[in-house]
Design a protein around this ligand. Structure first.
Ligand SMILES: Cc1cc2nc3c(=O)[nH]c(=O)nc-3n(C[C@H](O)[C@H](O)[C@H](O)COP(=O)(O)OP(=O)(O)OC[C@H]3O[C@@H](n4cnc5c(N)ncnc54)[C@H](O)[C@@H]3O)c2cc1C
Length: 452
């Protein structure tokens, strides 16, 4: 056993599974296989924002992270401008409240906003800060999801990538873990890591009798997004907001609209997120003009909503998707099986931190698995992983939901720009971590456990 490689099966070939596989396949002590339900490894959706702390987690996990992001054609976001679409007394309709990052790299930028002066009166809603200048050298990146996945998988030998393999069940055996797939095949591993997303089958195994109680549930928001050619977006939304290449977030009653320029300035992604009273069982809303006009009813005489609604409705079958999350998770590990990424802590996208959290899971798992030399120690490694990662993963889920409430004017801050700034200020600081110390803490805990 000491001299044999530890066999790890990863279920799910999304960003979480691919990132971990990219790290594990380099370890001489590990043999890894990745199983993906879809006929090919692919990512739906367009842009993924990566805050500096998410990039640092990826760098800690993968030596060639910078090169991977470069090859995936990630681009730095110069700045993001938040606009308030509010009826706050005295506010200038649709004026910027703060230039800052959607994925704020540091809460200190927000804390430095002199927001008290701008909550009301003639200055209400004026520009408070331009992060584009402040964030020199440490920008948020935006990357096409499919390109990042392609680059993460590129170095992996084809022999370890198994598409068309939908996991149906898992059985723990004396020798390890047996996994069964819908096509009738089965494989044996020393350990299995579930990176199979929000409705994870591996999560059901890990949580066993409690899995229903802790399954994903609606977070209270839905969102939709559309990609349109740059010129079309400029015509629909107005020339002025495209004069500088920046991401915009519009805050208003019951909703949030965002748009950003992608793919070397050729495409614009528009997103509408809104509060949701009732989530359909299939998580999909059929979008009609009536539905969108109702969701944005207090926006329609303003500058942005009508244009974005038109763009969204031009799609073939416009759909909105309910945001679901894990409100609590009693454990990330059971025996030699554990969960990571959205399978462990599916979150709303309001803090743009989901992928970063998956990278952090991978960073800790990879460090722990490289620290053991026998499959007998896997259970201890997974227990440490659970202890280190679960409180932080859940904190992000909870913080992200709260951020959505602020962004849609549903928090105590309402749509008062000054109060919004104060409410947002403490939300990003905790995401920044010294990852080297964090990893060392995990390894020390594992040593203690193994000694005991
Ligand atoms: C609208 C939206 C916007 C977001 N924006 C950002 C952002 O800007 N920045 C950020 O950091 N995060 C963002 N996130 C979060 C981020 O996208 C996710 O946290 C991340 O993609 C999760 O990756 P994952 O691999 O854990 O899960 P997934 O991407 O869901 O991958 C799971 C994989 O497992 C496969 N699978 C499922 N079941 C099985 C099975 N039984 N057998 C085998 N395979 C299976 C699936 O086919 C899939 O390929 C956003 C999320 C949403 C919804």
């Amino acid at each position: 056993m000491e001299n044999r490689r530890i066999r790890i099966g990863i279920i799910g070939g999304g960003l979480a599974g691919a990132t971990l596989a990219n790290s594990l396949f380099r370890l001489p002590s590990v043999a890894v296989d990745v199983f993906e339900a879809a006929p090919e490894f692919s990512e739906r959706g367009a842009a993924l924002g990566l805050a500096p702390n998410s990039q640092l987690a990826l760098e800690e996990l993968l030596e060639n992270a910078k090169e991977t992001l470069k090859n995936a054609k990630s681009v730095p976001i110069a700045s993001t401008r938040f606009m308030v679409v509010s009826f706050f007394p005295g506010s200038a309709f649709g004026q910027p409240i703060c230039d800052t990052a959607w994925l704020l790299p540091s809460s200190s930028f927000l804390q430095s906003c002199p927001s008290d002066d701008h909550g009301s009166g003639p200055d209400a809603g004026n520009l408070l800060l331009d992060l584009g200048d402040a964030a020199k050298g440490d920008p948020e990146l935006i990357v096409h999801r499919a390109s990042l996945l392609r680059e993460l998988l590129a170095p992996l030998p084809e022999s370890i990538l198994h598409p068309n393999k939908k996991l149906s069940s898992i059985v723990s055996t004396d020798a390890g873990v047996k996994v069964f797939f819908a096509d009738g095949t089965e494989y044996d591993f020393d350990a299995v890591i579930g990176a199979d997303g929000v409705f994870s089958t591996v999560r059901d195994h890990v949580l066993s009798d409690e899995s229903k109680q802790y399954s994903a549930s609606p977070a209270g928001f839905w969102d939709c997004r559309v990609l349109v050619p740059f010129e079309k977006a400029r015509k629909a939304l107005g020339e002025e907001i495209f004069s500088v290449d920046r991401q915009y977030g519009w805050l208003g009653e019951g909703a949030f609209i965002m748009h950003d320029v992608l793919e070397n300035g050729t495409l614009v992604q528009c997103v509408i997120s809104s509060v949701e009273d009732e989530s359909p069982s299939d998580r999909k809303h059929i979008l009609t003009r009536d539905f969108l006009n109702k969701a944005l009813k207090n926006w329609l005489s303003g500058p942005i909503a009508n244009g974005v609604i038109d763009l969204v409705l031009e799609q073939d079958e416009p759909r909105g998707y309910s945001q679901w999350e894990h409100k609590a998770t009693p454990t990330y590990a059971r025996g030699r099986v554990c969960i990571m990424g959205d399978a462990a802590h599916a979150s709303t996208p309001w803090q743009g931190a989901g992928a970063g959290q998956a990278f952090e899971d991978g960073m800790i798992l990879s460090a722990l698995l490289s620290h053991i030399s026998s499959a007998d120690d896997i259970e201890a490694a997974f227990k440490v992983y659970d202890a280190i990662r679960r409180p932080r993963g859940q904190r992000v889920v909870d913080s992200s939901r709260g951020t959505g409430e602020i962004m849609c004017g549903k928090s105590e801050a309402g749509l008062d720009p000054g109060k919004i700034m104060q409410a947002l200020a403490p939300r990003w600081g905790f995401l920044e971590l010294d990852f080297k110390t964090y990893v060392q803490e995990a390894v020390n805990k594992l040593d203690e456990r193994l000694r005991a």
